[in-house]
Ligand binder design. Structure first.
Ligand SMILES: Cc1ncc(COP(=O)(O)O)c(C=O)c1O
Length: 446
């Protein structure tokens, strides 16, 4: 019988003795601290010594070993991994154990020990992002984080302007449009060409800043969920700062897809997901607010923060999935065992495998950046000249039904609808080969 089941079936006083005797200590009612995957003795992949990230990216044998850490379905080739990220088995086990433990101990755990464990998970997230714990609050997803920033931003007066682009996340664009009505501001839409490179991306934002001196706030998406474009956030943020424009950075898709830490981006505010490329359980995001930047964003309605000291008061998540937050250390352990740079290189390699072939096909239009640094492991495509929502839906269905390849249609880009392709690090080169064959056969459908 597990310790949880044993304890659950004991009279209360005896249970406390057992927990004490198992070395759990007297602190906070004798409850054990949260344990990370490494501390729990879970295995994580061992990197071959002395391999550069680009070389490791091509090592199918190594990535097959990594794939063995995941429970994968053989019913479909899943190239829609940008929605949310599967947990590796050590993370799943940590999550399952935490679920059982929390369910067994119920409010005794939640009231006595959870705050300290949550703090430890927050510390791990902050450290991994290269910032301080008091600059991070955990949320249920990136939407909760970015919405808090958009809706509680204090800097808008009627007549001001706010900026977004067509590669931004559609629901955040809707919120920007809602701000027009709610705050009497004007939302400016920036159109970003699919083949833009770093210099052009920077110039587009700079020109928009120059053209609209009334701009107060800009939403910037680090990695687009539409076409995988990576925006040069740091350069744009520096330019914005000089002009008094505040930046909200959407890092929902970028953390784990791209290898970076927050100080590199030089932004005051950002929203994150851990349930995409970090591989935590679903229901884990984070809000970052740089020290000294809290004044410009109001606390969550009804919360009082007279000294503007607490990022935690910017969201009100209330009761949420305890176990998901307890599995954060295991997810970060697994992510760090693989290495952010190795993951990024592998994903870029897999994207190159199919886009380099697809670019030779006259019936296919690949949507991706003009230079390598502005393009992540995500890319999109469409049949040449076929950019309606129905075209993209039909293409997605052909891939799924005729070829057993799962992708997703995306509709946000100014250039029209497309199909997004998102491999995971454990996607095999053979699976990308199946996509290339299918794309080649699509010629007969044009
Ligand atoms: C760029 C981007 N922003 C925001 C989100 C929202 O993430 P969530 O639904 O986890 O809040 C997503 C999700 O796909 C995304 O890709």
């Amino acid at each position: 019988m597990s310790i949880h089941k044993e304890v659950a079936s004991m009279p209360r006083r005896r249970a406390l003795q057992v927990l004490g005797a198992t070395g759990f200590g007297m602190l906070t009612g004798g409850l054990p601290p949260v344990t990370s995957a490494a501390e729990s003795g879970f295995a994580t992949p061992v990197l071959p010594e002395g391999q550069s990230a680009p070389r490791l990216a091509r090592d199918e044998a190594f990535w097959r070993e990594v794939a063995d850490y995941y429970d994968r379905s053989d019913e479909i080739v899943n190239l829609e991994q940008g929605y949310w990220g599967q947990m590796a088995r050590p993370v799943l086990e940590s999550y399952q154990q935490a679920t059982q433990m929390v369910n067994t101990r119920n409010s005794w755990y939640a009231r006595r020990r959870y705050p300290a464990d949550l703090q430890e998970s927050t510390r791990r997230v902050a450290t991994a992002l290269g910032v301080e714990s008091d600059e991070i609050v955990l949320t249920r997803n990136a939407t909760e984080a970015v919405h808090a920033l958009l809706l509680q931003y204090r800097g808008l007066q009627p007549g001001d302007k706010i900026l977004y682009s067509d590669i931004d996340y559609p629901s955040f664009i809707s919120t920007m449009r809602w701000l027009e009505q709610a705050r009497g501001v004007q939302a400016i839409r920036l159109v970003i060409p699919n083949d833009a490179g770093r210099d052009q991306l920077f110039s587009l934002y700079r020109e928009a800043f120059l053209a609209h001196p009334q701009l107060k706030l800009a939403l910037i998406t680090h990695a687009s969920n539409q076409n995988g474009l990576i925006i040069p956030v740091r350069e744009i943020s520096r330019e914005a700062r000089q002009r008094g424009i505040d930046i909200i950075c959407d890092c929902a898709q970028s953390w784990g897809l791209v290898d970076f830490t927050l100080p590199e981006l030089e932004v005051d505010w950002a929203g994150f997901n851990l349930h995409k490329w970090i591989g935590s359980p679903v229901g884990v995001g984070a809000l970052y607010m740089r020290r000294g930047s809290l004044e410009r964003v109001a606390p969550y309605p009804g919360e009082s923060d007279p000294q503007n000291r607490s990022v935690a008061l910017r969201v009100h998540t209330a009761t949420s999935n305890f176990a998901a937050n307890l599995a954060i250390p295991a997810a970060l352990d697994f992510h760090q065992a693989l290495g952010g740079a190795n993951k990024e290189a592998r994903l870029r390699y897999l994207r190159n495998l199919w886009t380099s072939e697809a670019r030779q096909m006259s019936h296919i239009e690949v949507l991706g950046a003009g230079d390598e640094q502005s393009w992540s492991g995500i890319a999109s495509f469409r049949l040449a000249g076929r950019n309606s929502a129905q075209d993209a839906q039909a293409l997605q269905q052909i891939l799924e039904q005729d070829y057993g390849i799962f992708t997703v249609a995306r509709y946000g880009l100014e250039s029209g609808a497309c199909v997004r392709v998102t491999p995971q690090v454990f996607t095999a080169a053979d699976e990308i080969g199946a996509l290339i064959d299918a794309m080649s056969n699509l010629r007969s459908r044009v």
